[in-house]
Design a protein around this ligand. Structure first.
Ligand code: NI
Length: 256
């Protein structure tokens, strides 16, 4: 079985003690590809360096809404340069976070819009973070209709919004939250959407699936999310894994 973890933060300091061991162990655990998601400008070169030395990793470059107040016009050039490097393919994670509001909302919107424009110009997929900001996220995404590809990461909005995102060219990714006991809304959405537009991810070291909540997440735990989705869809894990693996390559515009 091959599994693509479509969203991880292996550069997080929580992996400092055992990052190399983990990187060596993942392919034999069935995690054959991982998308390392960038969060801020300082992370752009770090992601590119990690991806450059680990052949099964892909990377993104971008500024997370938490760090939106560091966005400058020159940041676009930094992202552009990073995306010329090997296996650096996506712009992310980008979006809006009105839960934490670590940057002012107008600044978040400016930063998100600038990076959507860059992705459209370069024809690159985006990795979108939308937390409690569904209205403004969709308003911005609609202005890029016909020029969007990529992923709605850690999806938490409604089924109607999921369908509209798919219509806009995006894939819908579910992580460890799908295994939470109160995730009734996500179960309903994950059961209904077209299978060929679904992805799974860990967002590790965060969003650890049940029964490991409260401990560090890592890419191997994606198998618990796979299991939950297999139950929801009534499809055996192997068949589902194969479909999701194919989907991951299509979502990021990669050749298999
Ligand atoms: Ni993330």
């Amino acid at each position: 079985m091959n599994v693509f973890d479509t969203h991880a933060h292996l550069l997080d300091e929580q992996f400092d003690a055992d990052r190399e061991e983990l990187l060596v162990s993942l392919p034999s655990a069935g995690i054959t590809h991982v998308m390392e998601a960038c969060c801020d400008e300082a992370g752009i070169d770090r992601v590119a360096a990690l991806v450059g030395r680990v052949p099964y990793l892909y990377g993104s470059a971008g500024v997370h809404p938490h760090s939106a107040d560091e966005w400058r016009p020159e940041t676009a050039d930094h992202i552009r340069a990073a995306l010329r490097k090997e296996r650096m393919i996506a712009i992310g994670e980008i979006g809006l976070d009105y839960h934490y509001d670590f940057s002012p909302r107008d600044v978040q919107r400016t930063c998100f819009d600038a990076q959507l424009a860059l992705a459209a110009e370069l024809g690159r997929p985006v990795i979108i973070h939308d937390r409690e900001a569904h209205g403004d996220t969709m308003d911005l995404l609609r202005t890029y209709r016909g020029r969007l590809s990529g992923v709605m990461h850690c999806f938490s909005a409604s089924c109607e919004i999921a369908k509209e995102c798919i219509d806009l060219g995006l894939f819908i990714a579910f992580g460890g939250a799908l295994t939470f006991k109160n995730a009734v809304n996500q179960w309903a959405i994950a059961s209904k959407l077209p299978l060929e537009r679904l992805l799974i991810e860990t967002d590790c070291p965060y969003m650890t699936p049940v029964p490991f909540r409260g401990t560090r997440n890592d890419p191997t735990r994606i198998l618990l999310t796979l299991k939950k989705l297999s139950e929801l869809r009534g499809i055996d894990e192997e068949t589902l894994a194969e479909t999701l693996y194919e989907n991951s390559f299509r979502a990021f515009g990669l050749e298999r």
